[in-house]
Unconditional design. Structure first.
Length: 368
């Protein structure tokens, strides 16, 4: 059986294998940590270990993600194909395609695969009902029935409450493998019934070896990319692809310039543009913005930089306006804005309000 390729994370893999060998697999496990560290990949890998041990036929099915004793739940929304009441079962073709072709992918990659435009994907109560229906059936081939829930932090309140009832009294032989970028927003009662595995950043050695093997990069290149990626393979991919990276870099530079110059008519135009790029892209842009603020502070303290040449040129001019007076406030404002986007805030109003806060914070930075 061709197993899912997990970059590093050997300690967690060893822990999971031992729990299986000892017959002490927890009925509900949550793989928590930012996407790109390997939470989904570890969950998929462990599902293969649980379901593929019975026969060669089962191994083949689980390698193609068509095993009858495995159920997938993931964020969805309506698109050109599904006009009403979307659930994961309607999108299994797209899901299997992205798993087989990419394995490591972001929430935005999945949104693009779904073709839902600017709409935000989520897990609704109908999804929980599908899980109940799946668990009402007996296992057909394996000793376990596995439910893999990707991004449970995207599950709404009604779905969460229904899932909680299942977790409180799970059918015998049922294993829940769940992933989340953050445990914030997940019901505390769900968390209390799960074994939480906090996925650490990928080690530099493991990431470097993978980049050398997969992308044919030399030692100097992988060393720089490991620092840029901060143990996150998706961050490295974004840097290598540079498409989104350049887009966010230009958008951030324009935004800070307009805020510094207080050009409100141009800022209104900028907020209109940002409101149209889709919620996942908006969140990724704000994550990029937070990283740039941190890099500005590092630049001021003469810490070695590992950004692109274009970004370093911008940082030389912009970094003096980021300091101890305003750095933490920038982080708080950006992080709060991401939370509002996840709760379907009006993007145009959000970015306009955020721009006003940025103007104030830049002024605060000039007082040093």
């Amino acid at each position: 059986m061709e197993s899912v390729e997990v970059i590093g994370q050997e300690k967690i893999k060893a822990h999971l294998l031992k729990s299986k060998e000892d017959g002490r697999v927890h009925h509900a496990m949550l793989f928590g940590g930012e996407e790109g560290r390997g939470g989904l990949q570890l969950a998929l890998w462990f599902a293969q270990q649980l379901l593929g041990a019975t026969s060669e036929a089962s191994q083949l099915k689980v390698s193609k993600w068509i095993h009858p004793d495995m159920h997938f739940s993931f964020p969805v929304n309506t698109n050109a194909k599904v006009k009403k009441d979307p659930v994961s079962g309607f999108f299994l073709e797209e899901w299997r395609k992205i798993l087989l072709e990419q394995v490591y992918f972001s929430g935005q990659d999945w949104v693009n695969e779904l073709g839902i435009g600017n709409k935000q994907a989520s897990i609704t109560v109908r999804e929980s009902e599908e899980i109940v229906r799946f668990l009402s059936l007996k296992a057909m081939e394996a000793n376990y029935k596995v439910v893999l829930v990707w991004q449970i932090d995207r599950m709404n309140a009604s779905a969460s409450n229904k899932l909680l009832k299942i977790l409180e009294e799970p059918p015998e032989g049922t294993i829940f493998l769940m992933t989340a970028n953050s445990t914030e927003g997940i019901l505390p009662t769900i968390l209390s019934r799960t074994q939480v595995l906090n996925i650490p950043p990928i080690s530099s050695d493991a990431l470097s070896a993978y980049l050398s093997k997969k992308h044919g990069l030399n030692a100097d290149q992988t060393a720089d990319l490991c620092i840029i990626g901060e143990g996150n393979y998706l961050k490295v991919l974004n840097f290598l692809n540079e498409g989104d990276h350049k887009l966010y870099a230009n958008a951030f530079k324009d935004w800070m310039r307009l805020c510094f110059q207080k050009k409100l008519p141009d800022l209104l135009k900028w907020t209109d543009e940002m409101a149209g790029i889709g919620r996942e892209s908006q969140k990724q842009f704000l994550q990029y913005s937070m990283n740039m603020v941190r890099e500005c502070l590092a630049f001021n303290y003469k810490t070695a930089m590992h950004e692109s040449q274009q970004e370093q040129s911008f940082l030389q001019k912009f970094a003096p306006y980021i300091n101890h007076n305003n750095c933490l406030y920038f982080q708080k404002e950006f992080d709060t804005a991401i939370g509002h986007i996840e709760r379907n805030a009006n993007a145009k109003i959000l970015f306009l309000d955020l721009s006003i806060q940025v103007i104030k914070l830049l002024k605060l930075g000039q007082k040093v």
